[in-house]
Ligand binder design. Sequence first.
Ligand SMILES: Cc1ncc(COP(=O)(O)O)c(C=O)c1O
Length: 401
Amino acid sequence: MAFLADVLDRVKPSATIAVSQKARELKAQGMDVIGLGAGEPDFDTPDNIKAAAIDAINRGETKYTPVSGIPELREAIAKKFKRENNLDYTPAQTIVGTGGKQILFNAFMATLNPGDEVIIPAPYWVSYPEMVAICGGTPVFVTAGIETNFKLTPEALETAITPKTKWFLFNSPSNPSGAAYSRDELKALTDVLMRHEHVWVLTDDMYEHLVYGDFVFTTPAEVEPGLYDRTLTMNGVSKAYAMTGWRIGYAAGPLPLIKAMDMIQGQQTSGACSIAQWAAVEALNGTQDFIPENRRIFEARRDLVVSMLNQATGLECPSPEGAFYVYPSCKALIGKKTPAGKVIETDVDFVTALLEAEGVAVVQGSAFGLGPNFRISYATSEKLLEDACSRIQRFCASLKD
Ligand SMILES: Cc1ncc(COP(=O)(O)O)c(C=O)c1O
């Protein structure tokens, strides 16, 4: 009898972590490696947020908190949804978790039975299918390819819905493509969902504040209030406030669902870290000046990277609306040979040869369910990005028929 649970057969390790590991190993061997794999802002957490955490420690806010979060944070979350998304939620309809990751997990754990389907547009964030699988559900992938700028069409969504569909998992701006849906594009999807009353929407708005140019962020329950009673709106402080290590995510939705998630969390981790929760109160209620400043920095980096990648032989890189990722296609380079004679047959071959030849670490698109592509995280300095993109250009130019 096997000791480890069968569920492990359905779960893959995180490809993004694997690439970071390989890059670390090459670095340890003395190679000059530029890592463009990490999914976190390179900025430090703003000082006012750090100060709020230090105050919390000094006040003795170091005990267990209610499972769903301290009342002050749930109040701040309800206010945030009203202020930024025009969504009316009471604090009781909100829940705080240890990162957005735990919120997603608990939502699936609280709702999925064997055979239940979750529609996931591809390319998708690596953790989605694995979480669904661990919780006993079946991920159903729908392609949102480069032809539609990595956005799902209403027709594709319609086709994917079956009587077994429980959730439509929506992520805009997207990790890994950076694609974000305009109000009209999103309305076309919510129109489809309005015709299928049994389908719930789990919207991952983690990158809400990282949108560029004149793009305006919207979220499903805001665009279509008719979906309010079957939408879980998830968000967090990790990306917008450079707080990935603090581990605070949150969501709001219908009370019975929130109560079910509270029950699961109560038997698992209980309330999130008390100190991090107080820091998150300051993030949501305090000055928001940090956000537009960072947005400008990210936008300049996006423009630099998109322009340099489109100048590389054989790459095609749409300019995404948000997040801090680009998702170029390397389709035109498949079948070519490296100077060492290795044939590039897949995007895994592409990223491996790129790392070995030029020391640039990126993540293969096949890890995100759509290739041949690769993901670059541009959450690093312009100087490093310029160097990395020059190396990518040189690598692409070195590939021959
Ligand atoms: C799309 C998306 N959702 C959720 C998360 C989880 O964020 P956290 O658990 O740090 O709140 C991430 C982090 O990489 C992400 O990219």
